[in-house]
Design a protein around this ligand. Structure first.
Ligand code: SAM
Length: 353
């Protein structure tokens, strides 16, 4: 083959979408898990996975070509060594991670909207699937199993800073806005027994958080509410906590979220920002790919503390305390109704946001 011929082959191979989708569908249907039990025909596997037998047969034939499965003379399929890591019980399983109905898999599939992102600078997910990522996985029942399976039950990303780095003694009620499945609120209430709290998140996660709060024996001190942080938030809390939230949103929408928290907090309340700021070193292997991926899926992952102060100021909030920092987290308290003139550097384009 000529060099240009092999380049054409290489490019076509690079752009192929059938292979990644086939692997991710195999992961979603747990084909490797079923076939690990015993060899099966297409019909049996279709029955097990509630799939269309003809389409599943075509998928399996291709997955055999790829080397993930094998088929014997009796037309029964088995998992090959290459396909083994798709099993959920494999020691370093990638089955849930790659699943087309998994939380991370769904983010990756949104990259079919990359053209929209490159044209507009907006995240790709809504262009691909008609609504934003968090909105989709929180309103579609198909993602409840993934939210249950992949949801973390231990605080991470240096969230210890929220629990230990803030003076909670004078606080009686905290709302964890975008509090996910309740892990951080449960930890906060466990470590600070005088605290009461509320998780506010979109419907699927709010339901999971409520159940986990009850399982933790905290039903008397906490509850979970379904709601959006773009709508007016319930009052009655001294602190409105935003942990790892703003990095998912553009400046304009981050300001709206801060404004909603400030309104709910009122003149006496606080908005506590525990933002995650992960910087991918430019020289790290795969950095260009990661950079493109993050930029297309979440618009503004990294903001300096000064920039966060500016966003707060644009939302009518005054930075009233700055806490300790780790390489991953910063802690910044805002007071509602403060003197906006005390902060400097508000970018003009956000003055009216
Ligand atoms: C990156 S996670 C952060 C979760 C958690 N606060 C933490 O520190 O790990 C973002 C959270 O915001 C929630 N979220 C997204 N859009 C929302 C909205 N409009 N209203 C309320 N919560 C929302 C998501 O469901 C998700 O739980």
């Amino acid at each position: 083959m000529t060099t240009s011929g092999s380049n054409v082959e290489t490019l076509l191979d690079m752009a192929d979408l059938v292979r990644p989708n086939a692997v991710r569908v195999a992961a979603a249907l747990k084909l490797a898990d079923h076939l690990a039990e015993h060899p099966m025909t297409v019909e049996e596997l279709a029955e097990r996975t509630d799939s269309h037998p003809v389409m599943l047969g075509k998928l399996l034939r291709y997955l055999v070509d790829l080397g993930l499965f094998q088929v014997d003379d009796a037309e029964k399929y088995t998992v090959s060594e290459l396909g083994e890591p798709l099993r959920r019980d494999f020691p370093q399983s990638v089955g849930q991670f790659l699943s087309a109905e998994g939380l991370f898999g769904r983010i990756e599939l949104g990259l079919v909207g990359l053209l929209h992102s490159v044209r507009t600078g907006e995240p790709c997910h809504a262009a691909a699937f008609g609504r934003e990522y968090w909105d989709e996985i929180n309103n579609d029942p198909a993602f409840v199993p993934a939210l249950e399976a992949e949801g973390t039950t231990r605080i991470g990303w240096d969230a210890e800073l929220v629990v230990d780095g803030y003076d909670w003694t004078g606080v009686s009620r905290v709302m964890d806005v975008g509090g996910n499945n309740g892990t951080l609120l449960i930890e906060l209430l466990t470590r600070h027994p005088h605290l009461r709290g509320t998780v506010l998140d979109l419907p699927n996660l709010a339901r999971i958080a409520q159940r986990r709060i009850e399982q933790a024996g905290l039903a008397g001190r906490a509850e979970a509410l379904a709601g959006s942080f773009f709508d007016p938030l319930p009052g009655g809390h001294d602190v409105y906590l935003l942990s790892g939230i703003l990095a998912d949103w553009s400046d304009e929408r981050a300001i709206s979220i801060l404004r909603r928290c400030g309104e709910a907090a009122g003149p006496e309340g606080k908005v506590l920002l525990a933002e995650i700021d992960l910087v991918v070193p430019a020289a790290a292997p795969g950095a260009a790919r990661t950079d493109l991926f993050i930029a297309a899926t979440v618009p503004n992952p990294v903001r300096s503390v000064d920039r966060l102060r500016e966003l707060g100021r644009s939302a009518g909030l005054r930075a009233s305390w700055e806490g300790p920092r780790t390489p991953v987290r910063s802690l910044l308290e805002f007071s509602a109704g403060g003197d906006a003139d005390e902060d400097v550097g508000m970018p003009r384009e956000h003055a009216d946001a």
